[in-house]
Design a protein around this ligand. Structure first.
Ligand code: FAD
Length: 458
């Protein structure tokens, strides 16, 4: 038998690692264990599949098990890894359909188990009719439930971006939707003023938003199904179906049991090459922690963009190459109802927590020249370090074609640029695309003025 790579988890991180390793080392035996029904799928597309914007489940699958097999990878579907023995260098597996069990030896192991939705420890949380959304099979289950006749009222617990995307999807299906969140504004990764705009857009879509009120219990009917969400303030929100949108935590149970070291943030600890510190054991994706390039802290950021890159890096290294994952800067984008929102770098709260002293500037402008048909509102907020003027964070909220501008600012932050440098950048302009002063440049100018005013006031 040749060298053998075993991969636990066959989605973004695991699938990328397996493909890269095999491509670089064609004689490598590669086995993927995937407990679900799909490989290399887009969980990010689930809300659009639920709403019907995307109609075909197959469209969400980038690489089927058959395609992986055609590339020489042995894919074991509906097969869960239930233990890792680092001394014997084997994994124990169980076939979820037949109940068959066995062990598989490995020389290299990629741990790519993703994350699990957070479930608040409240009464009734395990009742029928309460759903988390993480993998494609969860999307299929939710779609099937929604297609059941009696579902009319949906309560989403948690107003993070996934919760809101699911809420919107249910609303598009014509359901009565309530989102409950204990914060004063939804999507807590944004500053509160952006959160307030998001809240307005959500309510504008006819979704009921209950804020500053957490979930205290799920009321369960005599049939064992969830019938309402009870909030901390005692409100009872009737529900035929409850969706959890409280965020996720890294799926590290197997790693912890096996003795693969975890980091300070709770994810599997890895170095820049995605090595865990245990010889021949690698990890990638939602289950690992990454270095935040601005705060210097170890963070768990569950995003497909990182999972794919990290899987690729692990695969290249396993296949005999050299690659590194350089860390994250907190870039994310979402569309909530008809509002786009994006962020990069640190939010105000994160910058404060990281010990930065900063100024903040926000500008309201338009996505195209003000006179051009279709020009839509856009707000760009920047936070810049006091004195140095280094851009620490940016947030954009607006209508169509607003939010993708965040990528330019992500590059600025990545390259440690100051707002002074940014305001003179040679960005593109023509009336159908931007005002002559792009909103990004105006925001940089404002931030620069704030830095200057702060220095003058010393
Ligand atoms: C609704 C939704 C919307 C999202 N939108 C975005 C977005 O717009 N942009 C973005 O960047 N990210 C988005 N994400 C996040 C993104 O989908 C994840 O970050 C990404 O899928 C992580 O990839 P992964 O391979 O690390 O983990 P996962 O995709 O979770 O894959 C892990 C796989 O491992 C399998 N597995 C776990 N344990 C075992 C075991 N013991 N044995 C066998 N198999 C196992 C699971 O079945 C799963 O298929 C979204 C996620 C969701 C749920």
């Amino acid at each position: 038998m040749g060298q053998r790579l075993v991969v636990i988890g066959g989605d973004a991180a695991g699938g990328s690692a397996a493909s890269q390793a095999r491509k670089r080392q064609p004689d490598l035996d590669v086995v993927i264990f995937e407990r679900g029904r799909s490989t290399s799928y887009s969980a990010c597309g689930i809300p659009y599949w639920i709403s019907g914007t995307v109609d075909d489940e197959a469209a969400l699958v980038a690489r089927t098990p058959e395609q992986h097999r055609a590339a020489g990878i042995d894919v074991r579907m509906r097969t869960e890894v239930v233990g890792i023995d680092l001394d014997r260098r084997t994994v124990a597996w169980r076939d979820l359909d037949s109940g068959a069990e066995g062990r598989e030896p490995f020389d290299d192991l990629v741990y790519a188990t993703g994350s699990v939705p957070m479930r608040p420890p409240v009464p009734g949380i395990d009742a029928d009719g309460v759903f988390g959304v993480q993998v494609l099979d969860d999307g299929a289950t939710l779609r099937a439930e929604l297609a059941r006749g009696p579902v009319r009222r949906v309560v989403v617990v948690g107003g993070g971006y996934i919760g809101l995307e699911i809420a919107e999807a249910c609303r598009i299906r014509g359901l009565d939707v309530t989102v409950v969140d204990r914060s004063a504004t939804p999507v807590g990764t944004f500053d509160p003023d952006v959160g307030a705009q998001i809240a307005e857009a959500v309510r504008g879509e006819g979704i009921d938003l209950v804020l500053s009120d957490g979930v205290a219990a799920i009321a369960v009917g005599t049939d064992g199904r969830a019938r309402a969400v009870v909030t901390a303030s005692g409100r009872e929100l009737p529900a035929d179906l409850v969706v959890l949108g409280l965020g996720v935590r890294p799926n590290v149970a197997l790693a912890r049991e096996a003795g693969i070291p975890l980091g300070t943030s709770g994810g599997v600890a890895v170095d820049a090459r995605m090595r865990t510190g245990v010889e021949g054991v690698w990890a990638a994706g939602d289950c690992v922690e990454s270095v935040h390039r601005l705060s210097g802290q170890r963070v768990v950021v569950a995003l497909g963009t990182h999972a794919n890159k990290q899987g690729r890096v692990a695969g290249i290294n396993i296949g005999g190459g050299y690659a590194t994952f350089p860390g994250v800067i907190g870039t994310a984008i979402t569309r909530v109802c008809d509002l786009e929102a994006a962020r990069t770098g640190l939010s105000s709260a994160e910058a404060e927590a990281a010990g930065y002293s900063f100024v903040r500037a926000a500008v309201d402008s338009t996505t195209k020249a003000g006179y051009f048909p279709g020009a839509a509102p856009i707000r760009v907020t920047m936070i810049a370090e006091r004195r140095s003027g280094r851009l620490l964070g940016a947030q954009i909220v607006g209508r169509e074609a607003a939010a993708k501008r965040i990528d330019a600012l992500a590059i600025c932050i990545w390259n440690e640029m100051t707002v002074d440098e940014i305001l003179s950048l040679d960005l593109s302009y023509a009336p159908p695309f931007a005002p002559v002063w792009d909103p990004v440049l105006i925001a940089a100018r404002k931030a620069f003025e704030a830095v200057e005013a702060d220095v003058r006031s010393l």
